[in-house]
Write a new protein. Structure first.
Length: 366
């Protein structure tokens, strides 16, 4: 089992990675949280696939335990679901001595984390990510929240987990589409980190998409180590952490415009393509680098499809983005691998041109 330290100044914690380590989670909790009850929020699909393992885990907790099963959808990442989780906690007499654990992907983790942050002014929280995207990204860093007023993650809190427990055995039942989404998020880290990560992913793209264990372990470790270092330096996203939003202003707007019928990872791939194009158009990314970097995005061309969208609507959605400053849309762009620019203001015409380029590239020819 690999252990990666997330060295936050006030609340450091660890990310545990390995195969079949879920079967050791009960012992880990009984040892490290001996006086705590355990309440899990678990993805409905995950529970169906791993019912025996999940139930066995709960039975092995020496104190009181219970579960709340929820379908993972953007529609369920809501106040209504939050109320249901809180109601279940209260109805079953769970108190401040409760460890709330999220077992699922990013939606479950974000929602359950916000439930933990707001129940009795905050109870201990743990992430047990079961998707590749959640393992490399959403489980790390303490962002929790819900969607509201047709805006993603607009209500939430920074609330760090006590630990993250990532069992790669869950990836064996992960649909191919979810693997694509996870690798899409890893591509972001390839742009953010260094040429060694970028070159490794470029060489091993097919293996990653097809679930090669050794390749995935390395990609997960490197992604988590990088994000952990960024979060440790800037927990509340006042500066450096904004680099993690590369491609995400485009992505979040597309998700809302498409009524969340597109996967987050697919939207991120589209967003990265738009970010590269925008960087080239405003002159901060050379044509040669654009071509080389875009070759990695090109790997997804036959793997995802982006439906037609309303550019004006997407722009208006961007105006509501929580990362904006003084009412202006700000972008994270790049001039090279690991060379990232923050808070870049971009002309509306360039944005429209970038959106059109992304739309053309990922639409199937009629």
């Amino acid at each position: 089992m690999n252990k990666i330290k997330i060295n936050l100044p006030e609340k450091p914690y660890s990310f545990y990675l390995g195969e079949n380590i879920f079967d050791k989670l009960d012992k880990f909790i009984n040892k490290n949280y001996p006086a705590h009850s355990v309440f899990i929020v678990v993805d409905k699909t995950v529970y169906k696939l791993y019912k025996l393992r999940v139930d066995s885990f709960l039975k092995s907790i020496k104190n009181k335990s219970n579960k709340f099963i929820l379908t993972a959808s953007e529609e369920n990442k809501s106040f209504e679901s939050l109320k249901k989780i809180h109601s279940s906690l209260i109805k079953n007499n769970f108190g401040r001595d409760t460890l709330l654990a999220a077992i699922g992907g990013g939606i479950i983790g974000d929602l359950a984390g916000f439930a933990a942050a707001t129940f009795m002014r905050g109870i201990p929280f743990a992430q047990v990510p079961t998707t590749l995207l959640a393992m490399v990204d959403s489980s790390v860093g303490g962002k929790t929240g819900i969607n509201f007023s047709n805006t993603k993650n607009v209500i939430g809190a920074f609330y760090q987990p006590g630990f993250i427990y990532a069992d790669t055995a869950f990836l064996k039942t992960l649909p191919k589409k979810e693997f694509i989404c996870g690798v899409g998020e890893i591509v972001k880290y390839a742009f953010l980190t260094n040429k060694y990560f970028f070159n490794f992913l470029t060489r091993n793209f097919e293996k990653a998409i097809n679930g090669d264990t050794n390749v995935l372990n390395r990609l997960i470790r490197n992604s988590v180590a990088y994000k952990g270092s960024v979060v440790a330096e800037d927990e509340k996203e006042s500066g450096l952490r904004k680099v993690l939003n590369l491609g995400h202003t485009f992505a979040h707007a597309l998700e809302v415009e498409q009524d969340h019928k597109i996967k987050h990872g697919e939207a991120v791939i589209f967003g990265l393509a738009c970010a590269l194009y925008t960087s080239k158009e405003i002159g901060i990314l050379t044509a040669d680098r654009f071509k080389r970097y875009f070759n990695l995005i090109r790997e997804f061309q036959d793997l995802i499809t982006i439906n037609s969208f309303d550019k004006r609507k997407i722009y208006n959605i961007m105006l509501r983005d929580k990362k904006n400053l003084q009412g202006k849309v700000k972008f994270v762009l790049l001039s090279g691998i690991g060379d990232i620019l923050l808070n870049v203001e971009v002309d509306k015409k360039v944005l429209y041109s970038s959106l059109e380029a992304g739309e053309r590239y990922f639409q199937k020819s009629k």
